[in-house]
Design a protein around this ligand. Structure first.
Ligand code: AKG
Length: 273
C-alpha cells in the first residue's frame, strides 16, 4: 500500500470508480498525517461536547452552521492534502471546489445507522456532481458499522425516490423508499485507518449502527467540479428539509483551476473565517 506524498490512481482504479461508483485506492495516508487527524478529532469532540459525534458538519469552518459546531483551521488543511487532490483531479477534472466536509464519528456501542440514500438528494449543486472522499480515522469493518454501497447504482445518473423520516437511531433524515433499489447486492467498504474511499454523488450507500466496542470515525471531503454551480437559492430549500446545515452562508474554496461555471460565489461565508 502506497503512502507517497504524491499519488495517482491506476487506470484500473479509475475504471472501478466509473463502473461501480466507488473505489478504494491503493494509497494510504502517511502515519503522521493520520495521527494528526486523530488528535484533531479528540480536540474537536472535547471542544464541542453538545454536538452529536455521529455527524459533525463542516469542522473545516470555524462556525459550521445550525449545529453550532466550532470547527478549526486544521480540518481545512486536511482537505487540501495534495495527494488526495491529485486523485480527485483524475476523477472530476482539474477545476476543484471544496464545498463541504463531515465527520461521521460513529461512537462505540451506540453509533447510529446511516439510512440508504444518494447524496445528491441533499445537495444544491447543479449539474449534480461531487466526488466524496471518505477517510478512515479508525479501522472500519462490518462489526463497527462501515460504509456500505450498492455497486453500479450511480450509473443511471438519476435520483431515486427518497422520503423524509424521523425514525429514531439514524443520522440523516432522508432515506430511499423501499423498493427503489436492491439491497441484496450491497458491499461493505472495509478500510484500515488511513485508507480512504472515493464515491460518486449518485451512488446508493448507508451504514449500520455501531454495536461494537470500537469507534468507527471517518472524515469526508466533498469536492465538486467547478463546471457545476453551488446554488444557494436551492440550498435554502434543501437545508430547511435536513435542518442541520446552512447552504446559504456556506463558504466555498476553489482549490484548483478556475470557476468554469462562472456562477460560484467564493466570498460568501469567508468573512466569519
Ligand atoms: O459514514 C457513514 O456511515 C455514511 C457516510 C455518508 O453517507 C457519506 O459520506 O456520504
Amino acid at each position: 500500500m502506497s503512502t507517497n506524498k504524491s499519488a495517482r490512481l491506476s487506470e484500473a482504479e479509475v475504471a472501478t470508480y466509473r463502473r461501480e461508483g466507488l473505489v478504494v485506492p491503493d494509497y494510504r495516508l502517511p502515519e503522521e498525517t493520520l495521527a494528526r487527524m486523530r488528535a484533531a478529532l479528540d480536540r474537536l469532540i472535547a471542544a464541542n461536547p453538545d454536538v452529536s459525534r455521529d455527524s459533525m458538519f463542516c469542522p473545516h469552518i470555524r462556525s459550521g452552521g445550525v449545529q453550532g459546531l466550532g470547527g478549526a483551521e486544521e480540518w481545512l488543511e486536511f482537505a487540501r492534502l495534495p495527494a488526495v487532490l491529485d486523485m480527485v483531479e483524475q476523477l472530476i477534472g482539474p477545476d476543484i471546489v471544496l464545498w463541504g466536509t463531515t465527520l461521521f464519528g460513529k461512537p462505540a456501542g451506540y453509533g447510529k445507522e446511516v439510512p440508504w440514500h444518494q447524496d445528491g438528494e441533499y445537495w444544491p449543486i447543479r449539474p449534480l456532481a461531487t466526488c466524496s472522499v471518505w477517510i478512515a480515522l479508525d479501522d472500519c469493518d462490518a462489526e463497527n458499522g462501515c460504509l456500505r454501497y450498492v455497486p453500479g447504482s450511480h450509473a443511471a445518473g438519476r435520483l431515486l425516490r427518497h422520503r423524509v423520516t424521523e425514525r429514531d437511531g439514524i443520522v440523516l433524515n432522508q432515506e430511499l423508499e423501499a423498493g427503489e433499489f436492491d439491497e441484496g447486492g450491497a458491499r461493505d467498504v472495509v478500510l484500515k485507518a488511513g485508507q480512504m474511499s472515493f464515491h460518486d454523488v449518485y451512488m446508493i450507500h448507508g451504514s449500520r449502527p455501531n454495536r461494537s466496542t470500537r469507534r468507527r470515525a471517518g472524515y469526508v471531503l466533498r469536492f465538486m467540479p467547478a463546471t457545476s454551480h453551488f446554488d444557494r437559492g436551492l440550498g435554502a430549500t434543501l437545508a430547511a428539509r435536513s435542518g442541520v446545515v446552512d447552504f446559504v452562508r456556506r463558504p466555498l474554496w476553489l482549490l484548483r483551476g478556475i470557476d468554469r461555471s462562472g456562477m460560484n460565489d467564493f466570498s460568501v461565508g469567508h468573512e466569519e473565517q
